[in-house]
Design a protein around this ligand. Structure first.
Ligand code: HMG
Ligand code: MG
Length: 298
């Protein structure tokens, strides 16, 4: 049942950098996007059109979108939690917009300042407007396994949010382990909950690596036939409203594993390592990827 091909969305420029304390100039973000597309990434999550008071690092969303040199065949996505964000993003013609909710009420409140039910009400016009413009809509559900405020999250919660998202016309469901507490069987249950409402081609995994479980969780998801994943160059990142949560699983580590399994990604591993080394060097830290560290030490 293992897929023969996998699509990776590099969320490094967005999830990876959103929580970064030091200023990262738009030019560096643009250069990272360029390096990722040069490495063969076909999906790049570029930025977020969110409140700059909430997430100052993403305040340059418009500048970054205006600055990237778009390559045909690459899908550029941006986060748009409400109509204000969507309207700000629209002039830049994103290929995909992302609405992001949570399977936990407390996390929804902390992250987007509203309840789960209210979030669906805010997303509905965004989804309608995006689809009216022919823009693909991805939904992401945070805290599908555990929540920093509520603890363990039952799969039924995930099923409910997936159903609500499907009901307003969201086309794809990302299942996120925001704080990286998931283990393979729990992650499979969360994915199964989303698969009750979305087909196998419209579900993806978004695994943070806080407890070092993200590769194992990816393999568990692959065994279910899930073939799309959000990963982050150099393992950058973490959510500002999930204290202590570290970055997404490193794109380099996932590509290394997939290549070793004979699963196609279309990504040039060496160029990918270079992209991660570029941003890590800017941030003055080592890539948070075992595979990249091994290659760079050769
Ligand atoms: P709110 O305060 O409820 O919104 O925030 P509001 O409509 O009441 O507006 C309040 C102020 O924000 C107003 O400005 C608006 O103009 C402004 P003021 O009059 O006070 O000067 N505003 C905006 N500004 C720019 N862009 C916008 C926007 N909307 C309102 N789109 C809101 C609601 C969602 C905006 C806020 O809570 C927010 O920005 N939160 C940040 C959420 C975020 O970016 N979190 C990190 C990304 S999610 C994540 O990392 C998880 C994920 O990776 C999956 C996983 O791992 O779980 C996706
Ligand atoms: Mg995330």
């Amino acid at each position: 049942k293992l897929p023969s091909r996998v699509r990776l969305v590099d969320v490094g420029p967005r999830d990876g950098l959103q929580n970064e304390k030091q200023p990262v100039p738009a030019a560096v973000k643009i250069a990272l996007v360029q390096r990722l597309q040069d490495a063969g990434l076909k999906d790049i999550e570029v930025t977020s059109f969110v409140s700059p008071k909430w997430v100052p690092q993403m305040a340059d969303a418009a500048e970054v979108m205006a600055g990237i040199r778009r390559q045909p065949g690459v899908r550029y996505s941006v986060l748009t939690p409400n109509m204000k964000g969507f309207e700000a993003a629209l002039p830049f013609k994103p290929d995909e917009v992302v609405v992001f909710g949570a399977a936990s009420e407390a996390f929804s409140q902390r992250n987007i300042n509203c309840s789960i039910a209210e979030s669906i009400e805010r997303f509905a016009p965004v989804v309608a407007a995006a689809r009216g413009h022919g823009i693909h809509v991805r939904g992401v559900i945070s805290c599908t396994v555990g929540c920093p405020y509520e603890g363990e999250i039952a799969p039924e919660r995930v099923e409910m949010v997936a159903r609500l998202m499907k009901g307003i016309g969201v086309q794809h469901c990302g299942v996120a382990d925001t704080i990286g507490v998931g283990t393979p069987l729990k992650v499979q249950r969360a994915l199964e909950a989303a698969l009750q409402h979305f087909g196998i081609d419209d579900v993806s995994g978004h695994f943070h690596d806080t407890y070092g479980m993200a590769l194992a969780n990816t393999l568990a998801a692959l065994e279910m036939g899930v073939w799309q994943y959000d990963t982050s160059s150099a393992g950058l990142g973490g959510c500002p409203y999930a204290k202590g949560a570290t970055g997404n699983v490193a794109t380099e580590d996932v590509v290394y594993m997939l290549q070793g399994m004979g699963i196609e990604t279309g990504i040039d591993f060496d160029k990918l390592v270079d992209a991660g080394a570029y941003i890590s060097e800017f941030l003055q830290r080592k890539p948070n990827s075992r595979a990249a560290t091994a290659i760079l030490a050769r």
